[in-house]
Design a protein around this ligand. Structure first.
Ligand code: NDP
Length: 309
């Protein structure tokens, strides 16, 4: 079987090495060296150029090289009727949980205040609080959100979560749907956004939503930039309603130098790397889907393009 690889962010040599270990004899081709397009049956892609996959007449499977599928499901040039699967790898979830934990600890342990005091050569004692007095709300309880929420529970935080459907995660208070959003927000001193970008979530975190957070709340976004109305966030940061933020994703990436978000001492900007697909572990999952494709068995981690995630 021939598999075509495309990504500007991931190392094709690393993927090729790990995939060949788990799929002996795999014909691994890296775009633009497509060779005979008739031979390509699967494509492992991250943000492939529009129209490229249409040039593969025998393509049977599209594998999104990552967890977020917003860019692939909105690509109208994709050949119709070909299943899309995504990477949903526990090691990727762990990497995300580590980032979320680091961000939450940055806010909870007052690192922002200490960084400011250090600039001023000022000894600034803040008596540490106990974790159960700090409430963290995780928006999105999928593969990534659920593991991050569990990690926060392990650290003793008071954790709640919000999803479309009710969830049972030990130690996590579950809220769901539009009707559960206001109570969830009111209970979130630190809000972590880990939702997929879909027509329903586009711009969801607007001025009204931010206003429902407790005054002085902290905000962490590791989902997608478009979840957030950035002007509303900037206004909330200026007014102090949102006191601190850690932002990994933005409406426009790279974040333009003119963005006001660069200018806040209390905002940490990171360049969209909270979690990445890990070839060593995720290649096993790709291999399993290639095996299933060959045998005609149900695929794993199938994306529902209509739902958008
Ligand atoms: P999943 O698809 O596994 O989970 C999505 C979660 O969001 C589910 O709990 C789902 O609810 C919930 N959700 C979706 N739509 C709504 C809605 N309208 N209202 C309320 N809840 C909703 O996704 P993952 O956990 O794998 O990934 C989440 C996102 O993280 C990705 O889509 C991507 O955008 C982002 N990401 C960011 C990375 C980074 O480096 N910054 C890296 C990887 C991913 P339900 O369970 O009820 O369906």
């Amino acid at each position: 079987m021939a598999l075509l690889f495309y990504s500007q962010f991931d190392d094709p040599a690393d993927w090729g090495k790990h995939l060949r270990e788990v799929v002996p004899g795999l014909d691994f081709r890296v775009w633009p060296e497509v060779g005979n397009p008739d031979e390509i049956e699967a494509a492992l892609v991250w943000k492939a150029p529009e129209g490229e996959l249409r040039k593969l007449p025998n393509l049977k499977l599209i594998i999104n090289l990552g967890a977020g599928v917003d860019s692939i499901v909105k690509d109208r040039s994709l050949p119709a009727g070909i299943p899309i699967v995504r990477i949903a790898d526990p090691d990727m979830s762990r990497m995300m949980a580590q980032f979320v934990l680091a961000a939450v600890l940055r806010h909870y342990r007052d690192f922002v205040s200490f960084a400011k005091a250090q600039k001023e050569r000022r000894w600034h004692y803040i008596h540490p609080r106990e974790a159960p007095t700090c409430s963290v709300g995780v928006m999105g309880l999928g593969n990534l959100g659920a593991m991050a929420a569990q990690e926060l529970v392990r650290q003793g935080f008071k954790v709640s979560g919000w999803a479309r459907s009710p969830k049972k995660i030990e130690g996590v208070q579950s809220f769901h749907g539009k009707e559960g959003l206001s109570s969830f927000l009111a209970a979130s001193e630190i809000l972590v956004a880990m939702l997929p970008l879909t027509p329903d979530t586009d711009g969801l975190i607007n001025a009204d939503v931010l206003a429902k957070l407790p005054r002085g709340a902290k905000f962490v976004n590791v989902g997608r930039g478009r979840l957030v109305d950035e002007d509303a966030l900037i206004a909330a940061l200026r007014s102090g309603h949102i006191s601190e933020a850690t932002l990994d994703v933005f409406r426009e990436e790279p974040l333009p130098p003119t963005s006001a978000l660069w200018g806040f001492d209390q905002v940490l900007v990171t360049p969209h790397l909270a979690s990445v697909a890990i070839p060593r572990t995720a290649s096993r999952q790709v291999a399993e889907n290639l095996r299933r494709l060959k045998k005609g068995e149900p695929l794993l981690n199938v994306v529902d393009p209509d739902r958008g995630y």
